[in-house]
Design a protein around this ligand. Structure first.
Ligand code: TXA
Ligand code: MG
Length: 330
């Protein structure tokens, strides 16, 4: 199969709609990362997503809809706090988990009685979802466990020959996946941290819990238990306070002839004084937005990647640290 990369216009949207209606797969941009979309009402198409990605079949998918799609068609028991949060943050990088009405294929939620819904704000995603006007099941458009894609070229590198079409909407500005929020209980609980932070949610509705997955436990958000976001080279992660140790490690391995790079933000790069830097940028937004791009870049240039955690550990850095520690889990 030939995988086409096309800009989003009337013609490519027509083609995308045809492919989706015929049970095929279309990658599309969102403000977080690119998604691998299929019709959530088509069992074979949804099963295809798991096969294309090599995704474990107990890791449920998010359903993407446009802002005018009536979520009451898909889910029930939407609590008042969720309505407030939707008003505050949607469209945007917040996925909300509700009780499912069982309308979409059961393989979307891997047999759970809940359904994760996301309304992306990226203009290209909105146009695609509006044009197709179907609930679109879409995980990140990468091979399972690999780094998530923030450009059409990243998608192509992972899925060339496996999907029909990639809609190119430029670089995803957010850079890390949406916050996943459980909205089935008395208060919201963050299952996966992201750009809409726990603090931001608590500001709107007063309180917000956080689910912390422990190895061996039954996972509320099954995706959290898998190794993820990993570049195809050896990796190490150091806390910010240990940056001197990271530099020692860099020097040792460079002296042994191992191509080594340090991944860190701009200020930390200056502290280290080393040459081989993958620079994540100056501020929180840049760090989140560049993280996956730099992890992918590391695969082309180094045998050992040494990451130094950002100094700041709250806000959207919670989500960044979650990804960074999974990427560097060997
Ligand atoms: O930003 C994003 O969320 C991107 C873009 C494409 O929208 N999508 C994405 O999908 O990151 P994926 O499949 O890579 O991650 C989905 C996460 C997983 O951690 C999964 O376990 C969780 O959402 N999830 C999906 N349905 C769920 C449900 N019913 N209950 C709990 N967690 C759920
Ligand atoms: Mg993913």
């Amino acid at each position: 199969m030939d995988t086409k990369i096309v800009e989003i216009d009337g013609e490519s949207l027509d083609l995308a709609k045809k492919i989706i209606k015929n049970g095929g797969h279309v990658a599309f941009p969102t403000e977080t990362v690119y998604g691998l979309g299929a019709n959530a009402l088509d069992e074979a198409a949804v099963d295809g997503i798991f096969k294309i990605k090599g995704r474990p079949n107990d890791n449920p998918l998010i359903v993407h809809i446009h802002r005018d799609y009536d979520i009451d068609r898909l889910v029930c028991d939407v609590p008042d706090y969720a309505k407030l949060l939707a008003k505050a943050f949607l469209p945007g990088p917040l996925t909300m988990v509700y009780k499912s009405k069982g309308v979409v294929c059961s393989s979307v939620s891997c047999g759970l009685d809940t359904l994760a819904i996301r309304i992306p704000s990226h203009e290209g995603a909105e146009r695609f979802l509006k044009y197709v006007d179907l609930p679109i099941a879409a995980p990140s458009a990468n091979v399972s466990k690999h780094v998530s894609p923030t450009t059409a070229q990243h998608v192509y590198a992972d899925l060339n020959g496996k999907i029909e079409l990639i809609l190119d909407g430029g670089k995803s500005s957010g850079g890390i996946e949406s916050t996943v929020l459980d909205c089935t209980g008395a208060k919201p609980v963050v299952l996966r941290s992201g750009l809409v932070t726990r603090e931001m949610i608590a500001m709107v509705v007063g309180e917000c819990g956080e689910y912390i997955y422990k190895d061996g436990q039954k996972a509320l958000s099954p995706g959290m238990k898998y190794k993820h976001y990993s570049p195809k080279c050896r990796t190490m992660l150091f806390a910010f306070d240990e940056w001197k140790k990271a530099v020692d490690e860099y020097k040792n391995s460079t002296n042994c002839g191992i191509r080594t790079f340090i991944l860190c933000d701009e200020q930390t790069a200056k502290l280290t004084g080393v040459d081989n830097i993958l620079n994540l940028g100056k501020n929180e937004q840049e760090i989140a937005s560049n993280l996956y791009e730099k992890l992918r870049e590391s695969e082309g240039c180094c045998e050992l990647l040494i990451a130094i955690a950002p100094q700041k550990q709250d806000g959207i850095m919670v989500g960044v640290m979650n990804r960074l520690s999974k990427a560097c889990r060997n």
